[in-house]
Design a protein around this ligand. Sequence first.
Ligand code: PRP
Length: 178
Amino acid sequence: MTPPAIERILFTEEQVDARIREVAAEISARYEGRDLKLVAVLKGAVFFLCALARALTVPVKIDFLAISSFGGHSGQVRIAKDLDHPIEDEDVLLIEDIVDTGLTTRYLLQSLAGRSPRSLGVCTLLDRSVRRIAQVPVDFRCFEIPDRFVIGCGLDYKQLYRNLGYIAVLNPDKNREV
Ligand code: PRP
């Protein structure tokens, strides 16, 4: 049953799975013959990371970062949990569930670039580029989305709904504070 918090489904589970396989094929072709380190940002990117990694044909390592925000909506973030291992001389792909203002991605790219990876790219499940403040390079994206609050496939509303297999727009009538 569809939860009442949902206004409409943007992408079904089948569409999400198919698109992730397409992007995984692009990534596999781009990094053919190399090992790839996937760096995922907790928590939202975990579901996308797993689906993407399963569909890649190049050898993959994974590591995780967690960030916390401060300074209200100014986009200031700090690393709350750092990577377990160095990334020096590795091909690194930053995995995000969504790039929105781009401020998080910009900060993380700066931090990761300072660790001398062989290459550094960005792959996101969702791109809400209409909200962009910081122009960041997005090398791989599964879906462009409208300026609406979305849930599912790792994206939450008050920590709920991350486990939905589809991407949906939250019903603003049921959640007026959104
Ligand atoms: C989301 C997402 C990105 C960030 C993107 O994380 O995972 O890290 O916001 O937003 P930006 O482009 O405006 O910086 P969120 O803070 O929702 O944490 P979560 O993944 O734990 O839900």
